[in-house]
Design a binder for this molecule. Structure first.
Ligand code: APR
Length: 244
């Protein structure tokens, strides 16, 4: 079932995953050479792993922060196309990303929810004080909010924790005319369930843009496969021209 977006543009919700940042030089998680092929996710992406060995977890995120600040890592044509869509589309465009990098912001996107947190922020486990932190973090650092030492953790949602701003996300999903999923394997919930939510509660059109069919590929009405830097700008161009 398709919506009437060609005659009366409606709101768009876009979900992005690690695949959109791959061509910017950042690793995905589940590709053959992905992060989870080298590192045990229970060790670095769970509250239990952090409690067990905080220094290991800090080292993992410090390395990712350092990589993100590498001048070679820049937004690619897919990030730029989504910023253009937000600027030019006559209704609301909400970008929901599972990515903790800041490449969408650097490309110019403004309406964005980082449902899995942000690499360049840390927060205090004791007082919840949240602060921008692009540098290395260690147990020696002190929270500027409560003055305690060793309580800061990456502002990242780990497995077993609740993703951020879910109410706002489901509100937007329930009111959209188009849902587009980009560069995600569809293996991690709740994001993997967004397409089903949209299909159950709206008449919105659902589209997958990915390198290859994701786990939930059959749930989408339409799909375009290829590198994000190609398929995303092409899709946005057609959408803005009223041809898609
Ligand atoms: N263009 C488009 N898609 C690509 C590209 C590319 N250049 N390269 C890879 N992909 C696709 C892969 O085919 C895969 O389907 O991107 C997807 C990446 O999947 P994952 O590595 O599983 O990343 P993601 O879906 O974002 O992971 C979800 O899992 O570990 C957690 O918290 C982490 O946010 C992450 C979540």
């Amino acid at each position: 079932m398709s919506s009437d977006t060609s005659t009366r543009p409606g709101n768009i919700v876009i979900l992005t995953g690690a695949g959109i940042s791959k061509e910017s030089g950042l690793d995905t998680f589940r590709c053959a050479d992905g992060i989870w092929s080298r590192v045990n996710l229970e060790d670095v992406a769970t509250p239990e792993g952090f409690a067990r060995d905080p220094e290991l977890v800090h080292a993992f995120y410090n390395a990712r922060r350092e990589k993100l600040s590498d001048p070679a890592v820049q937004p690619n044509a897919a990030h730029a196309a989504l910023a253009r869509l937000e600027a030019e589309w006559p209704a609301e465009v909400l970008l929901v990303t599972q990515n903790i990098d800041d490449l969408h912001e650097r490309a110019g996107s403004r309406e964005i929810i980082h449902m899995h947190g942000e690499l360049n922020k840390v927060r205090c486990q004791a007082c919840e004080h949240l602060v921008v932190w692009p540098d290395a973090l260690s147990l020696e650092h002190t929270c500027a909010g409560c003055g305690r030492k060793g309580t800061l953790r990456p502002h990242v949602v780990w497995f077993g924790e609740m993703p951020l701003e879910m109410e706002r996300i489901y509100d937007a999903l329930s009111q959209c005319s188009l849902f587009v999923s980009i560069g995600t394997s569809g293996q991690v919930y709740p994001a993997a369930g967004f397409v089903s939510h949209v299909r159950m509660y709206t008449r919105a059109r659902t589209v997958e843009l990915n390198l290859e069919p994701s786990t939930g590929a059959t749930l989408f009405e339409e799909a375009f496969y290829g590198p994000a830097s190609g398929v995303v700008p092409a899709f946005v161009e057609r959408l803005l021209a009223g041809r898609s």
